[in-house]
Design a protein around this ligand. Structure first.
Ligand SMILES: *Cc1c(COP(=O)(O)O)cnc(C)c1O
Length: 466
């Protein structure tokens, strides 16, 4: 399988290449040159497979000959062996129509573990082949950071620098990053928002001085391998609910558009998805883009669902590319306009293309709290604020009532205990596997929201590539 950039001028790469590259050299994001597609029989045969085996079936067409099936299975078994539930991503029933797909049974209590536990192992495998080192630089609005750090802490050939917006992540999220004791882990709290941190990371990728000395890579969902790993649980839920014979819909708490884009990929591969509901909080650029074609970034408003407090959704570019006839030159111009003015309009082709599968729903603080209470009162389920925004989308979906709607439960409620307690009166306890998080010592540096300071810190602490 070859991968092409959404901006059309970076070289095509194979799976190993895109895994190590993250962002393409032309500033674009990598996508498979074409979508592999499963027949109905192949999808039917997925029912009942253990998760790691299902993962191999779904991912093998993307991996191509970069890994043998045995090797990929071994990596998946080790990655998913760390989950606290045998099903890895169990499906829980709310009522005859609504379901919850619990994605938070990994080591750091958010869905990002599903992809990152595998990605850490892919890095190790590919780097040892080429005798190279990687400097991972990432920005996190909370959950990516802890999941990425857990996935690479103590691994050979990798350093990780994680930027988080100071004071804007929950105490559990921060401690999950800053209490990891490993010589290759560096936490940086910066003054500013997630988008400021993300902009610095993007700038570092284009900084010749940095990229000349270090092999800088990303673990944000701009990395294709992460999206690929997330496609698996759409199939897992789908076959449990009767696919390929029965259609289903998903409601996805959305920030950077990675998770819901994985659902789009699953649909392209033949899973009968009737609708993908893009659920946002008041930081609703995607809701406006999908409803009105207006992709314009406002100020970030901090909410109780911080992993969705985003105004620029990197992976949306992948959808615009795929729905815009894969015209890299046109998309480059469109994205340049957005970079300059923080606003752009979707073309008619993009609007029609996205409308086939996507709708959106926006939840404010009241909507979110109501959804949390609905889950507690009607189903005895305590859900986290992000999941509640997804559930709000599912509860208000205008869909044929015979179609099941699966809400993706993206974080364990204990990760956002204060917000959950405020809405439901119940304070969720941290699962045993998190252990003594609040007794452990934290370590991180604070830096101003200034690119040069961050670049200097990374240059001082990272190990150059060879
Ligand atoms: C990252 C995250 C999201 C948003 O996912 P995207 O792939 O960025 O759209 C939603 N909920 C939680 C809990 C997250 O950690």
């Amino acid at each position: 399988m070859q991968y092409v950039s959404t901006r059309g001028s970076a070289p095509a790469l194979d799976f190993e290449g895109v895994t190590l590259a993250g962002l393409a050299t032309d500033g674009g994001l990598y996508l498979p040159a074409k979508w592999p597609r499963f027949g109905e029989d192949e999808i039917a045969a997925m029912a009942g497979l253990p998760y790691a085996e299902l993962a191999v079936k779904v991912m093998m067409p993307f991996v191509g000959n970069c890994l043998t099936e045995e090797k990929l299975l071994d990596l998946c078994q080790r990655a998913y062996g760390r989950f606290a539930h045998d099903a890895v991503t169990p499906l829980v029933q709310f009522n005859e129509r609504l379901w919850l797909l619990e994605l938070f049974h990994g080591p750091t209590l958010a869905f990002k573990d599903v992809a990152l536990q595998l990605l850490g192992r892919l890095f190790e495998e590919f780097l040892s082949r080429s005798d190279e080192r990687l400097t991972i630089v990432g920005a996190t609005s909370g959950d990516t950071g802890s999941a990425a750090i857990d996935a690479v802490a103590g691994r050979e050939r990798v350093d990780i620098f994680m930027l988080h917006p100071k004071g804007r992540v929950s105490d559990v999220q921060r401690r999950q990053m800053t209490t990891v004791k490993a010589p290759n882990v560096y936490n940086i709290a910066i003054d500013g928002s997630f988008d400021d941190a993300q902009a610095m990371v993007k700038r570092m990728f284009g900084d010749k001085e940095m990229t000349g000395r270090f092999h800088i890579s990303a673990v944000n969902s701009i990395n294709w391998a992460r999206l690929m790993a997330q496609v698996v649980y759409y199939f897992a839920a789908g076959v449990q609910l009767g696919a390929p014979r029965r259609k289903l819909a998903f409601s996805v708490p959305t920030g950077n558009f990675g998770d819901v884009f994985a659902g789009y990929v699953a649909a392209k591969m033949g899973l009968p998805i009737e609708r993908l509901i893009v659920a946002t909080n008041v930081n609703d650029i995607l809701h406006r883009a999908l409803r009105d074609g207006d992709y314009s970034a406002g100020e970030v408003t901090p909410t109780a669902a911080p992993s969705m407090d985003i105004q620029v959704s990197s992976n949306f570019e992948r959808l615009l590319f795929d729905c815009g006839a894969r015209d890299g030159a046109a998309l480059t111009a469109q994205m340049r306009e957005f970079d300059e003015t923080k606003a752009m309009r979707l073309t008619n082709a993009q609007r029609e293309g996205t409308a086939e599968l996507f709708t959106s729903a926006r939840a404010d603080a009241d909507d979110m709290a109501q959804a949390m209470r609905w889950a507690a009162e009607h189903c005895g389920e305590i859900i986290d604020p992000h999941t509640a925004i997804g559930l709000h989308g599912a509860l208000h979906a205008e869909l044929d009532p015979s179609i099941p709607i699966v809400t993706l439960a993206t974080a364990h409620p204990s990760k956002f205990r204060d917000a959950v307690e405020r809405s439901t009166g119940t304070r969720p306890t941290l699962p045993m596997r998190v252990g003594d998080l609040f007794e452990r010592e934290e370590s991180y540096v604070e830096l101003p929201g200034d690119y040069d300071a961050v670049a200097a810190y990374v240059a001082e602490h990272a190990t150059p590539n060879r």
